[in-house]
Write a protein that binds this ligand. Structure first.
Ligand code: SF4
Ligand code: SF4
Length: 262
């Protein structure tokens, strides 16, 4: 069969509990991929969708409700490669961080009242429930990284995704360090690169939206931020805001950094 007559690889794009940020990035950049793939399901962007086997399924959002879990299992069953896209899907993001301090029942009661019928789960990333082949973090993801992951999987090999800290990209851009020079509480040293050091490039502190880098030095980060005069509550709030797992941030110093779920 002529190469041009071969069926195109099929992809799908799905959302669980999230803000649709990844779907927007994918939609804005899909034009570049459309000659190479067929989109069989993308409810955010098209009305005709099929739940059928696909080569690659991109899933954004965390599992926060029972119907998220059902949907995720159905997607997993149909996908050869499952890619978690965005901090919610990879780390749990803001809702995951909040669920460390309050139970879903507490939050449902406070927001919807005592007699609510909300069936919420503690917000969790996708790999708590299913096998995930590729984790592409970001809040939202970077378009270049998305296209690179897609290209790799279409060639049938797993993509390389950097887990070096944001500081590396920041230094490559020759930015002045806002932590050192401006005493801003920059989390670049413990946050995974991928955004191109977006915030420090504009003179702002990184607040960790990409999730933790490889082997983040949490204790050192805490010491530096405290030396800069930031209160421990502020440090904890920053470290947990994007769902960084408790086993990472409390590994070396559990007493001071632990935030317990009540
Ligand atoms: S500004 Fe932030 S990301 Fe850049 S080098 Fe300093 S600490 Fe690292
Ligand atoms: S610098 Fe930090 S907070 Fe800003 S986009 Fe990059 S990872 Fe997110």
């Amino acid at each position: 069969m002529d190469r041009l007559e071969q069926p195109l690889p099929c992809i799908s794009v799905h959302s669980l509990t999230g803000c649709a940020g990844e779907e927007l990035v994918i939609l804005e950049n899909l034009q570049k991929a459309l000659p190479l793939v067929r989109v069989v399901s993308f409810p955010f962007a098209q009305s005709a969708n099929e739940m059928r086997p696909v080569d690659i399924a991109f899933v954004e959002g965390s599992v926060s409700q029972p119907h998220d879990l059902e949907k995720l299992k159905a997607i997993r069953a149909t996908a050869r490669w499952l890619v978690a896209v965005g901090n919610c899907a990879v780390w749990g993001c803001v809702q995951g961080g909040v669920c460390r301090r309050f139970t879903p029942e507490q939050m449902a009661r406070d927001v919807y009242g005592q007699d609510n019928q909300i069936a919420a789960l503690p917000s969790a990333p996708l790999d708590k429930y299913v096998r995930v082949d590729v984790k592409l973090s970001g809040c939202p993801i970077d378009a270049g990284q998305f296209l690179s992951v897609l290209a790799s999987l279409l060639k049938d090999h797993l993509p390389y995704i950097t887990h070096k800290p944001v500081c590396l990209e920041c230094k490559l851009k020759e930015n002045g360090c806002v932590l050192v020079e401006k005493n801003l509480p920059c989390l670049g040293p413990i946050t995974a690169a991928g955004c191109g050091a977006l915030c420090p490039t504009f003179g702002a502190a990184c607040y960790g939206c990409w999730g933790p880098c490889e082997a983040p030095q949490m204790e050192a980060m805490e010491i530096v931020l405290k030396e800069k005069g930031y209160a421990i509550d502020e440090v904890i709030s920053r470290l947990t805001a994007f769902g960084i797992p408790q086993e990472i941030y409390s590994r070396d110093k559990p007493l001071e950094l632990k935030v317990s779920r009540q």
